[in-house]
Design a protein around this ligand. Structure first.
Ligand SMILES: NC(=O)c1ccc[n+]([C@@H]2O[C@H](COP(=O)([O-])OP(=O)(O)OC[C@H]3O[C@@H](n4cnc5c(N)ncnc54)[C@H](O)[C@@H]3O)[C@@H](O)[C@H]2O)c1
Length: 447
């Protein structure tokens, strides 16, 4: 990148950031949030598309077991009929199943459609469901490219339907505590943030075994995984991203090994490969995926060293926000432990948080906090995890969406704008790597 170009983009940025500063004054701390339309005299009718592990568990079995007093599952859809049948039994659902989405919606007339398919198909189903008159709950990421994001924003505007994006990480105990501390302004105005996320050699590797390893399905980990992190940051800061500059490399998985196979099951290297993973030990996963392979050819335990893997495992990004906050972010997917470190620099002090999700050593807490006031004392405290899916976050989020949408003191309910802004950082990062230049969010989508 030449000097002149860099100065120009900086000047451009300054002029647009001046405009953004004006906009900032009118950006409410907690924006109006999407609330699903609920029928007054009957249960909410819900249909689900994508009966994989997330769809059949969190949005299938759990929904039916915990929320049958307020909702009724009226249809299930997936392109894989074998997985669909198994998932229906696993969930304990007694509704019809469909391999055709329009047929499901037209026959079962749901109020709300839940989208839990492979990421790259979210946008198609979100838009179709809204056009057919339904509200939508979608899993993250909202979509995998900017055109899909634009289609969703336009369709929501046109149809007036509601879209909820399930950012469960916002409901984890440490994320809520960080939000409370920042809202209290105890460390003053935030000027910059250091955010480092670590995925380990187990969970991190799992992304390279599945469809996630191909950019065309997941948008890369900058979108699939980092959408959670960028959403947390946007929400923590009550700020909107303006510009992104990123780097990415594939250093461990994919082409980096001297040996490889097609899949772990039957692999000739299973005794020596550190990444060997035995899917046959898990009956549920065998039923959900291996027994359904004949329908779509999808292999759930693919080799992490497949040459066609085209996502990065080592990523950094610089993000500039509308309110002049600078964020330095990294995501590494083959670390010996898992969790994250985030440090907020404020005009009155600093907040350090270390979060432990999966460590090979024993940890007594889920997160350690340190708040240090400039020229004054430093205070530390720890949090322990809530039980249940994703540290208790899944259930708290589902309760809020399905039972008590009115109560939202921290502004955790997330809609299309939140979903879009979080993926747009990742998409801008992808474009920045591809084009070796800083990328503005406004180059991607008209909000
Ligand atoms: N918020 C979270 O913490 C969290 C956790 C896990 C997964 N997720 C999200 O849930 C979604 C599903 O993930 P998963 O782990 O269950 O994946 P999965 O591969 O187990 O399931 C995806 C399902 O979608 C189906 N599918 C694929 N293409 C389809 C199409 N065109 N039409 C209909 N169905 C189609 C597949 O057959 C499969 O059953 C992803 O978007 C993922 O990001 C979120």
């Amino acid at each position: 990148m030449g000097k002149q170009k860099s100065e120009l983009s900086r000047r451009d940025f300054l002029s647009s950031s001046a405009k953004m500063a004006v906009a900032a004054a009118s950006l409410p701390l907690l924006r109006t949030k999407p609330v699903l339309a609920k029928p007054a005299s009957r249960k909410l009718k819900v249909a689900l598309v994508g009966t994989g592990v997330r769809g059949s568990d969190t949005w299938g079995k759990t929904l039916i077991q915990r929320y049958s007093d307020v909702l009724e599952m009226v249809g299930l859809c997936d392109i894989n009929p074998i997985r669909l049948e198994y998932a229906k039994g696993y969930m304990g659902a007694n509704c019809p199943v469909y391999t055709d989405f329009d047929q499901m919606v037209n026959n079962s007339r749901p109020d709300t459609v839940i989208v839990t398919t492979t990421d790259c198909f979210h946008a198609n189903y979100i838009c179709r469901a809204m056009n057919l008159g339904c509200d939508v709950i979608t899993e993250k990421p909202l979509a995998t490219d900017e055109k899909m994001a634009q289609d969703i924003l336009d369709t929501e505007r046109k149809t007036g339907k509601k879209l909820v994006v399930t950012f469960n990480y916002r409901y984890s105990p440490e994320a809520e505590k960080i939000k409370e501390i920042l809202m209290s302004r105890e460390i003053g105005e935030i000027t910059s943030v250091d955010f480092n996320y670590y995925l380990d050699v187990y969970h991190g590797a799992s992304y390279f075994r599945r469809w996630h390893g191909l950019k065309q399905f997941s948008g890369s980990l900058f979108v699939h995984k980092a959408t959670h992190h960028f959403d947390l940051m946007n929400w923590w800061l009550s700020a909107e991203p303006v510009e992104v500059y990123a780097y990415g490399e594939l250093r461990k998985y994919g082409h980096n090994s001297s040996f490889r196979s097609t899949r772990c099951m039957n692999c000739p290297h299973k005794d020596t490969c550190e990444f060997f993973w035995d899917i046959t030990a898990d009956k549920h996963l065998m039923n959900l995926y291996v027994k359904a392979e004949s329908a779509d050819g999808y292999i759930r335990d693919s080799c992490v060293f497949r040459k066609k893997i085209n996502i990065w495992d080592t990523m950094t990004a610089q993000v500039q926000y509308h309110n002049r906050v600078m964020m330095s972010y990294s995501l590494n997917a083959f670390m010996p432990y898992e969790g994250y470190y985030v440090g907020f620099n404020g005009t009155l002090g600093r907040l350090d948080v270390r979060v432990y999700h999966n460590q090979p050593w024993k940890v007594s807490s889920m997160a350690d906090f340190r708040i240090t006031h400039s020229f004054k004392e430093s205070r530390t405290f720890s949090l322990t995890s809530g039980g249940g899916g994703h540290w208790g976050a899944d259930q708290v989020m589902q309760d809020r969406i399905l039972r008590e949408p009115g109560s939202d003191p921290l502004g955790q309910a997330a809609g299309s704008r939140d979903g879009a802004l979080s993926i747009l950082i990742g998409i801008a990062a992808r474009r920045s790597i591809e084009q070796e230049r800083p990328f503005k969010i406004e180059e991607l989508v008209k909000m």
